[in-house]
Ligand binder design. Structure first.
Ligand SMILES: [Zn+2]
Ligand SMILES: [Zn+2]
Length: 143
């Protein structure tokens, strides 16, 4: 059986990356670090093994490291679209929105989120049926 391959381009086409197979996680993160890195109240994301993601050569990306945190975001220096980030626990994190943009506005079904993480840090209450993890315990990271 062949693995799904997701080809992900920025708005202007300068940056293209691919992700293959299954993500390690897909969730909504409410932590303050994701809020700071992406300037979204909630980050809807997939996290991948490095082996499953081919990222572009760093010479075609912008690469910003937050001065006060061990977190970086990467994106297109021409159109400004954020393509992925690296933060705890160090794996490439690709927002759901990057997949939507490259899939006619739909999130591929195989990438559906399974939980809310760091819900105690939220700035937005969510009323849905997904499990809510107050800290990072449900994916094995310390909150
Ligand atoms: Zn671009
Ligand atoms: Zn987070």
């Amino acid at each position: 059986m062949s693995e799904p391959t997701y080809v992900l381009s920025c708005d202007c086409g300068h940056v293209t990356m691919t992700a293959r197979g299954e993500p390690k996680l897909s969730l909504y993160c409410h932590c303050g670090s994701c809020r700071a890195l992406y300037t979204n109240d909630v980050l809807s994301l997939t996290g991948w093994s490095d082996d499953n993601v081919d990222v572009p050569d760093e010479s075609v990306l912008f690469d910003h490291k937050m001065s006060d945190r061990q977190m970086r975001r990467f994106g297109c220096p021409k159109c400004g679209m954020i393509m992925y980030g690296r933060h705890s626990p160090g794996i490439p994190v690709i927002p759901h929105g990057v997949f939507r943009k490259n899939n006619g506005g739909e999130l591929p079904a195989a990438l559906a989120p399974t939980l809310h993480l760091f819900y105690r840090e939220r700035v937005l209450d969510i009323d849905d049926d997904l499990p809510k993890s107050e800290g990072g315990e449900m994916i094995g990271i310390d909150g």
